[in-house]
Design a protein around this ligand. Structure first.
Ligand SMILES: *Cc1c(COP(=O)(O)O)cnc(C)c1O
Length: 425
C-alpha cells in the first residue's frame, strides 16, 4: 500500500492539485451500497455520490448485471455509420422524461464536452439561419459548466479560471448571480441586470447558458424558479437560445426529475451527464429542439462533432439500467424524505458562529461557512468520524446516494454539524 501511495504522490495528478504538493489521497479498495472501503479496512459512509453521480450507491447488482450482459455482446463500436440497441433504448427513454420540445440527442463522453457540443449547436444554428454575428454567450455569475475552454469561459469569472487564461478564453457576458433565494418570495428586481444585458446585446448573443435552480460547483446556491421562468421569456423575446446545464441537477437530485421542471419551462438545448449512468461510466448527452436541429441541418448543413467513444454501448447499457431503477421506484418520496432528514439533521448548525448560511433542497444539504475551510484538515476529521465528505471553499455539503438509510444520513449530518462547530480545529 505504501508503494501505491508513493507512486500516486509522485506521478498521478488529482483534480485541481499541485504535482509537487498534492493534497492527501485516501486509497479505496472497494465500494458497496453507501460505503467506501479504505485500504486499512475502515468503512466510510458516502456523502458525495462521487460528485453527484452514484445515485443508486455502489456495486449495485442490477447495474452490475446490465453491464456484464452488455459486455458479452460488445463493449464498444464506432457510432459513425453504425447504430445499436442500447443507444436507441436510451434515446427513447430520455425523450419520455425530458421536456417535450427536446427531440434530438447527441451522446458524448463527459459533461464538459456536452457543454462544448451545446455551445457549438447554438453557434451553428445562428450561422445556418443567416445571423453569424450572434456568437457570444450570456450567463450569470456563480455558475460552473466544466473545465474545457468554451465551458470555462462561462464559469464564474472569479471562482473559475478566467485569471489563468485571460486573452485566450472568449469574453462572455455575465449578469449578477440570481439573488432571489429558492425559499423566499420571488423578487422581480433580481432579474434586472440580466434583463438589461440581454436587451443591450441581443444582436450578438447566440445563447444564454445556465444551471437551472441549483448552481453547483460555482457556489452550491439555490435560486427561485421564477427567475428561470423570467429568463425563458426574455430569451424568447430577444431571439436568444436557452441552454440549460442539468449535468448536476438531472435525475431527481433537486426533488424534480429535472430542475427546469420547478419552473415548468423547456430549454432549446439541454445538457445531461453525471448521474446519467448511475455513476458507473462517463457519458453525457446534449439534447436539442427540432427548431435547433432542423435549423442547423437546413440547406445541407451537418452538425460538426463526433467523438471516438460517442454513444458507447457499455455506458448506454449502464444508463438504461440506472433509469429503470430510478423510475421503477418512488424516487420523489425518497428525495422528499432525504430532504426532511437533511433539514432536521443540519438545523443545529444554523446558530453556530462560523456558519453564514444553511440551505437544503432535495437531496442536497449545504452549510456555507464564513471563512474558507482547510480542505485537507476537514477531510481528515471526516474520515476519522467514518464519513466521506469533501468540502471546497467556504462550502461543506452533502449529496448522498438516494438509497441511503436514515441512520447513515444522521451520521453524515452529525459530522457536518460537528465540523461547522469547529470540531476539527
Ligand atoms: C460536473 C459539471 C460539468 C462538467 O462535467 P464533467 O463530466 O466533469 O466534464 C458541467 N456542468 C455542471 C453543472 C457540472 O456540475
Amino acid at each position: 500500500m505504501s508503494d501505491l501511495l508513493a507512486f500516486d504522490r509522485a506521478h498521478l495528478w488529482h483534480p485541481y492539485t499541485s504535482a509537487l504538493k498534492p493534497l492527501r489521497a485516501y486509497p479505496v479498495t472497494g465500494a458497496s451500497g453507501v460505503r467506501l472501503r479504505l485500504a486499512d479496512g475502515r468503512q466510510l459512509i458516502d456523502g458525495m455520490s462521487s460528485w453527484w453521480c452514484a445515485i443508486h450507491g455502489y456495486n449495485h447488482p442490477l447495474l452490475n448485471a446490465a453491464l456484464r450482459q452488455q459486455l458479452d455482446s460488445m463493449a464498444h463500436v464506432m457510432f459513425g455509420g453504425i447504430t445499436h440497441e442500447p443507444v436507441v433504448t436510451l434515446g427513447k427513454r430520455l425523450l419520455e422524461i425530458v421536456p417535450r420540445p427536446l427531440q434530438h440527442l447527441f451522446f458524448c463522453d463527459s459533461g464538459s464536452v456536452s457543454v462544448e457540443v451545446a455551445i457549438k449547436m447554438a453557434l451553428q444554428y445562428w450561422q445556418a439561419v443567416g445571423r453569424p454575428q450572434k456568437k457570444r454567450l450570456l450567463t450569470v455569475r456563480g455558475g460552473y459548466h466544466g473545465d474545457t475552454f468554451a465551458a470555462m469561459s462561462v464559469c464564474d469569472p472569479v471562482t473559475g479560471m478566467h485569471h489563468l487564461f485571460r486573452g485566450v478564453l472568449p469574453e462572455q457576458l455575465f449578469a449578477e448571480r440570481p439573488s432571489c433565494r429558492f425559499d423566499a418570495p420571488f423578487d422581480p428586481t433580481s432579474l434586472e441586470d440580466f434583463r438589461r444585458l440581454i436587451a443591450e446585446h441581443e444582436g450578438e448573443i447566440a445563447a444564454v447558458i445556465l444551471e437551472p435552480v441549483v448552481q453547483g460547483a460555482g457556489g452550491m446556491w439555490f435560486y427561485h424558479p421564477d427567475y428561470l421562468r423570467g429568463v425563458r421569456e426574455l430569451c424568447h423575446r430577444h431571439q436568444v437560445l436557452l441552454i440549460l446545464d442539468e449535468i448536476a441537477t438531472g435525475f431527481g437530485r433537486t426533488g424534480k426529475l429535472f430542475a427546469c421542471d420547478w419552473a415548468g419551462i423547456a430549454p432549446d438545448i439541454l445538457c445531461l451527464g453525471k448521474a446519467l449512468t448511475g455513476g458507473y461510466l462517463t457519458l453525457a448527452a446534449t439534447l436539442a429542439t427540432s427548431q435547433v436541429a432542423e435549423g442547423i441541418s437546413a440547406s445541407g448543413g451537418v452538425f460538426m462533432h463526433g467523438p471516438t467513444f460517442m454513444a458507447n454501448p457499455l455506458a448506454c447499457a449502464a444508463a438504461n439500467a440506472s433509469l429503470d431503477l430510478l423510475l421503477a421506484g418512488d424516487w420523489q418520496a425518497r428525495i422528499r424524505h432525504i430532504e426532511e432528514c437533511l433539514k432536521a439533521g443540519l438545523e443545529p448548525a444554523r446558530s453556530l458562529a462560523g456558519v453564514a448560511d444553511l440551505r437544503v433542497l432535495g437531496a442536497i444539504g449545504v452549510i456555507e461557512m464564513r471563512e474558507a475551510v482547510d480542505v485537507e484538515r476537514l477531510q481528515a476529521f471526516f474520515v476519522e468520524r467514518g464519513v466521506w465528505i469533501r468540502p471546497f471553499g467556504r462550502l461543506v455539503y452533502l449529496m448522498p446516494p438516494y438509497i441511503i438509510g436514515d441512520e447513515d444520513l444522521g451520521r453524515l449530518c452529525e459530522a457536518m454539524v460537528a465540523a461547522a462547530g469547529g470540531g476539527h480545529e
